[in-house]
Design a protein around this ligand. Structure first.
Ligand code: MG
Length: 384
């Protein structure tokens, strides 16, 4: 019998969670110990019936009660709220926790999973963006690893394999430029939610698709890369490469540049994180360089994608600035998705929040969660 690797998935009904379960379904040697989701209980019920975890967390309490009724015939425990999410992260014998919850809500469960000695397959950007200064020292303390799931960070991670002794001179973080790459700033004033949800290459959840359209996503990825690979922000360069063939690159001291390429399919970075350092067969299209013919590059336009510029500034400033940047963006994207704000109000709200929420150097976890609330308060007042 093959040995089972136990994993717990936080955010199992989202895009990364579903694709993680695809990998579990195909490989058959992954045992799911816990599943957690916000409130999509119909899909969660199917997942529980198929993968039979020990317990399942539904963040929303009413939805958790409903799921309990639906799963009455199974010996599975249903938990809810932040306590439930933390239990799903830290309270099973999983070796690896897939952190794929969207938003700052994912920070505490990841911290608890690290304390419980679990490796983290990390897809939640907010964890390192907001709390990288707290989390990176914890990895050493508890002897665990973060295995990046985001395609760019996975690419960098793959390029760095075997280069442990060598100094990185630059990280070249690639970006597709999203659906609005060729639009003018004036045109961006009138784009709709539907326009912003049409990503040219990747299929992802709504929040991250909007973040890709505004390029705020790339700013978050720069901040994340800074912690993951211990490279200063000034040595991380965003390179727009519209077809998403190169998933990112690393330049070394001698000028050599290594890149990881592939078709845009998140199954690859997820599978790499789950079985690292092993590579496994993965079905799917392969790159065909003759039909591809060319790969083009351009610099991002900082005036048009103001969110990217503000994010780079927040990252350079450090302290709680990345927290405010991220919370303001979460707030603004929600407003945009619900039709209460225009697309260009997103960077505007971020700018206002960054200038109004008090700056704090070296924030604790409590300070981080407070800065998040302060940001929401500031923006709620402005929206009224
Ligand atoms: Mg990405």
């Amino acid at each position: 019998m093959t040995e089972l690797k136990k994993i717990s998935i936080l955010g199992s009904t989202g895009s990364i969670g579903k694709q993680t379960l695809d990998i579990a379904r195909v490989n058959g040697d992954l045992k799911i110990t816990a599943l957690a989701a916000n409130r999509s209980i119909r899909l969660l019920e199917q997942q529980v019936r198929e993968f039979r975890p020990e317990f399942v967390c539904v963040y929303d309490e009413q939805a958790a009660r409903d799921l309990k009724v639906r799963l009455g015939d199974l010996p599975v425990r249903v938990v809810s709220g932040m306590d439930g999410l933390i239990e799903a992260a830290a309270g099973t014998d999983a070796e690896t926790v897939v952190g794929a919850v969207v938003g700052m809500i994912g920070i505490r469960p990841v911290i608890e999973a690290i304390r419980a000695g679990k490796d983290i397959a990390l897809a939640n950007k907010e964890t390192l963006v907001c709390a990288g200064h707290l989390i990176m020292p914890m990895l050493r303390e508890y002897g665990v690893r973060i295995l990046p799931v985001d395609s760019e960070h996975s690419a960098i991670f793959q390029c760095l394999k075997g280069e442990e002794e060598n100094r990185i001179s630059k990280i070249l973080l690639t970006a597709s430029g999203g659906p609005f790459r060729t639009k003018t700033r004036e045109e961006l004033q009138y784009v709709t939610v539907a326009d912003a949800l049409k990503h040219p290459n990747w299929s992802m959840g709504a929040k991250i698709t909007i973040d890709s359209a505004s390029m705020v996503n790339k700013a978050l990825e720069v901040m994340e890369a800074r912690w993951l690979f211990d490279v200063p922000i000034r040595n991380i360069q965003v390179v727009v490469q519209p077809r998403s063939v190169i998933h990112s690159m690393v330049e070394f001291e001698d000028g050599a540049v290594k890149a990881q390429l592939g078709t845009p399919d998140m199954h690859l970075p997820i599978q790499y994180a789950l079985y690292y350092p092993q590579r496994r067969y993965l079905a799917g299209e392969r790159l065909d360089f003759f039909s591809l013919r060319e790969i083009t590059f351009e610099a991002p336009d900082p005036e048009k994608f103001e969110g990217l510029k503000l994010g780079m500034e927040a990252g350079l400033k450090g302290g709680n600035a990345p927290v405010v940047f991220n919370a303001a963006n979460e707030f603004a994207v929600k407003e945009f998705l619900q039709g209460r704000a225009g697309f260009l109000n997103i960077p505007e709200m971020i700018r206002k929040a960054l200038s109004q929420v008090p700056f704090r150097e070296d924030p604790s976890l409590t300070d981080i969660l407070e800065a998040e609330q302060e940001t929401y308060e500031v923006l709620k007042c402005l929206q009224q």
